[in-house]
Design a protein around this ligand. Sequence first.
Ligand code: HPA
Length: 245
Amino acid sequence: MLGIIGGTGLTQLANLEITHRQVGRTPYGEPSGALTFGRICGQEVIFLARHGYGYTIPPHEVNYRANLWALKDHGVDRVVSVATVGGIHPGLIPGTLVIPDQIIDYTHGRAATYFVESDKPVIHHDFTFPYCDAMRAALLQAAASAGISLRDGGVYGAVQGPRLETAAEINRIERDGADMVGMTGMPEAYLARELALCYATVGAVVNHAAGRGLSVDGIQMEKIQPVLGEVMLQVRHLLEQLVTN
Ligand code: HPA
């Protein structure tokens, strides 16, 4: 079954026929909200809003472990994570959708593994390729069938937030090789790996990263809103196509 983790601008799916909601409890605490069970184009999916249904949980306080655990516990084996990002690469202008293929983790202090206080031996999971190939391919295929333009590949720089970056930080992150910057990519991707979930991210570029584009006066949230609305419409179409393909 497919699990969808919605980020900023995607706290519900208009095309989801909801069958029921269920509060999930896990050994790692509570997920960001009730799991929403339903169907998209007849296919069963489970949806979860990463920041809560009223956008109340900031990126550094999301219980990533509980979110993924609850999804897996209810039969999810494939996860699409939707995440807004700032574009660093000149091709990643606001309104672009991108399927990253790599991550650099700049986050700190987040619960980033399920291996704690247990007597199970630690496994160091391979994370050379942080996203699931099959899921990336399915998303790219869905985009092709739906005529949605989607960039294949890019390095996601996962920052701590909740503040946005300085221009110098973006320069540094770019020198490191990142093409986009967001606040939720990690530890979500790695926790999915620990749970053997086939996980990929759809990055929705909603702004030029700090000091990029024409944003001489900084990043204005009012400018992000209309782009967010537009790009999430595309994401909804993409998800519909993904489940019907
Ligand atoms: N920086 C970090 N996270 C983000 C941004 C950004 O510019 N845009 C959307 N998420």
